[in-house]
Design a binder for this molecule. Structure first.
Ligand SMILES: C[S@@+](CC[C@H](N)C(=O)[O-])C[C@H]1O[C@@H](n2cnc3c(N)ncnc32)[C@H](O)[C@@H]1O
Length: 207
């Protein structure tokens, strides 16, 4: 397991990274990538949407181009402070501090659950995906953006020592284990690293 696949360590990491996050994030996670990921979702303006691991709100801002309100959750108080500055505490975003593996929402609360750039820190991604399925209504969509595993064996070893990198096969395994269907993937990235991210979108089975 990678060094940062630990909740307390990830919190400490973001205590420091949050101060520069918005300046370095655009080098690896661009507006074009976000638009490509958002295009995978079927939105209605009034849909109930959750952003897990919202950080400073980059994904949240993209979601708000499609829906009127968003629920957003992160475990880092430091990341959330930056998000509050952008959206206010009582605006279109309803914030919660919490853990992806223990979501503070009732079953079937959302039409869409989104998570960008957070899965790589979760100690048990399947447990978190099961939580996503629980809080998403039957037929609703879940979308997760994460780091695509490097093809070089040496780079893969290095990457795995830091956090969780995965490929389409592993994403299929996790989403199937968590009970999703219609699982699809797209890889994306900035022009200099076109496959740096993997986006998986899936549906909660209809009852
Ligand atoms: C790379 S940032 C992504 C932020 C944002 N989603 C974006 O698209 O820019 C990863 C975020 O995941 C959060 N995170 C990591 N582990 C988490 C967990 N177990 N539960 C909730 N948030 C978590 C971190 O605090 C951090 O803000």
């Amino acid at each position: 397991m990678g060094l940062l696949e630990d909740k307390a360590r990830a919190r400490t990491f973001y205590r420091f990274l949050s101060t520069i996050y918005d300046r370095i994030n655009p080098y690896v996670w661009t507006e074009a990538m976000r638009a490509d990921a958002l295009a995978e979702l079927d939105f209605e303006a009034e849909d109930r949407v959750l952003d897990v691991g919202c950080g400073t709100g980059f994904g949240t801002a993209g979601l708000l181009d499609h829906v009127e309100t968003v629920h957003a959750l992160d475990q880092s108080a430091h990341q959330l402070e930056h998000a509050y500055e952008k959206f206010g505490r009582r605006g279109p975003v309803q914030f919660s501090r919490g853990d992806a593996e223990r979501l503070p929402y009732a079953a079937d609360s959302f039409d869409v659950v989104w998570s960008s750039g957070s899965i790589e820190y979760w100690p048990d991604p399947v447990a978190a995906l099961e939580e996503f399925r629980r809080v998403t209504r039957p037929g609703g969509q879940v979308l997760v953006v994460g780091p695509n595993a490097p093809s070089s064996r040496v780079l893969r070893k290095l990457a795995d020592a830091i956090m969780f990198f995965y490929d389409e096969r592993e994403a299929d395994r996790m989403f199937e284990a968590a009970g999703f269907e219609a699982i699809e993937h797209v890889t994306m990235g900035p022009s200099y690293r076109p496959n740096v991210a993997i986006t998986t979108v899936a549906r909660v089975p209809d009852e």
